[in-house]
Design a protein around this ligand. Structure first.
Ligand code: NAD
Length: 414
């Protein structure tokens, strides 16, 4: 049989087994299509050259050009990038988008760089991968520590190398440079739509309590949208610490405090052991970096449901341990699919020359998130599985249909 080196491939193997997928499909989806490593040389302000290791993986382009963010973080490595490209492949498939899955990263702490150095690094990344990237090949987007300005530098570099002014090859650009309205809100808003759509499946009553780890772009938007729906935030954290309040936290006040004090610490009571996993709540929402819930600490989770806004918030053993305890897990490929869904609209807008209003973007996003959340819940009910297995079955089936349309072993043996 052979198997992938990636832990997360276990999710696909389970789906393949349950769906009796063909050996061809299993073999194709077990391994990334292409992984490229590069050394980006940057002239630093000191005058010296510094080298930054960088990667880009296309896991699959069975359903279209690869799509996935570029992460700037000191701990990024080839395996992490490949794992994230696997997740993107199943996320775009689940969301019904005409994309494959990819991901990129650079091992760097961008806070150590001046803005000139950061621009040279961003442009250097595109130059190193110029033959791999492009609107019909592989389309990067923002991820951890890469923002609209970084993506604007990348889009400008790619367009210059291609001799065009069209920038569909990079999404997440500022609106004034071909970006799309509503992209900043998309991930948090999409996650809120998913949770609200799944409220019966998750057993959430009125005023259900939420604790959110990672009060950044996605986590803060999610908090605002959930409060608008009548849910209550009882715990929040960022890299400065974790705070809890049984009376409920106003996310707008928390944002103001965070802006003024540089972090949430001190805004409300500290969480037990400064560990939000143990916070008393109905739904625990990891929205910082991956791997926060693992096989060792899953027993400490007090909530009845976990919503993975961060990619791979649970390790494979952590997610399994939660489900063994009867805790629902809304998987990353469903919970955070709002971001790539709006990136798709940006790409389509750039290719077509048509422009979408903010209301049109949100209408498309909301409808897609409700549609896929309902499909996953229905599949979970029909198959008596958790939400993650249900999501992987839907995504794997769409990929299998595309791959088998090229012919199966039966065709070639006839
Ligand atoms: P962000 O950088 O804006 O926010 C991350 C937040 O996490 C920050 O507030 C930071 O202080 C906090 N944090 C860091 N370490 C922490 C720790 N140990 N404990 C508690 N908080 C900690 O990032 P974002 O764009 O909101 O993305 C969050 C996660 O969602 C990432 O894993 C990202 O891959 C995933 N995601 C984001 C998008 C998107 O469109 N933004 C799309 C898909 C997935």
């Amino acid at each position: 049989m052979g198997s992938s080196d990636l832990d997360v491939c276990a999710y696909f193997e389970r789906a393949a087994e349950a769906l009796s997928l063909s050996d061809d499909v299993r073999e194709i989806l077990r391994h990334p299509t292409r992984s490229v490593a590069a050394s980006i040389k940057v002239r630093m302000s000191s005058g010296a050259i510094r080298t930054f290791p960088a990667w880009r993986t296309v896991y699959s382009n069975a359903l279209g050009p690869a799509k996935g963010g570029i992460r700037f973080h000191p701990s990024v490595n080839a395996d992490e990038v490949a794992t994230l490209s696997f997740l993107m492949t199943f996320k775009t498939s689940l969301a019904g988008l005409p994309f494959g899955g990819g991901k990129g990263g650079v091992a760097v702490n961008p806070r150590d760089l001046t803005s000139h150095e950061l621009e040279r690094l961003a442009r250097g990344y595109v130059r190193a991968l110029r033959y791999d990237l492009g609107e019909g090949r592989d389309i990067p987007a923002p991820d951890v520590n890469t923002n609209g300005t970084v993506l604007a530098w990348m889009a400008d570099e790619l367009a210059a190398l291609e001799g065009t002014a069209r920038t569909a090859g990079i999404t997440g650009k500022p609106v004034s440079l071909g970006g799309i309205e509503g992209r900043a809100e998309a991930t948090g808003r999409g996650a809120a739509k998913v949770v609200h759509t799944l409220r019966d499946h998750l057993g959430l009553g009125d005023k259900a309590a939420l604790a959110i780890q990672g009060f950044g772009n996605a986590g803060a938007q999610f908090a605002r949208d959930m409060v608008a729906e009548g849910y209550v935030i009882t715990g929040l954290s960022d890299s400065s610490g974790s705070v809890v309040s049984r009376d409920g936290i106003d996310p707008v006040e928390a944002e103001t405090y965070k802006r003024e004090h540089g972090g949430l610490k001190g805004f409300a009571d500290p969480a037990p052991d400064d560990d939000l996993r143990q916070a008393d709540c109905d739904v625990l929402v990891p929205a910082a970096l991956g791997g926060w819930i693992d096989g060792d600490n899953a027993a400490r989770v007090a909530a009845g449901a976990v919503v993975e806004i961060s990619n791979q918030a649970c390790t494979v053993s952590g997610g399994d341990a939660l489900e063994d305890r009867g805790i629902h897990v809304v998987p990353d490929i469903l919970a955070n699919a709002g971001g790539v869904s709006v990136s798709y609209l940006e790409w389509a807008q750039n290719l077509s020359g048509m422009q979408m209003s903010r209301d049109e973007v949100f209408a498309d996003l909301d409808a897609r998130m409700v549609r896929i959340a309902k499909a996953v819940a229905q599949r979970a009910d029909e198959d008596s599985t958790g939400l993650r297995d249900a999501a992987y079955r839907i995504a794997a089936l769409r990929l299998a249909d595309a791959l088998e349309a090229m012919g199966t072993q039966r065709l070639f043996n006839e």
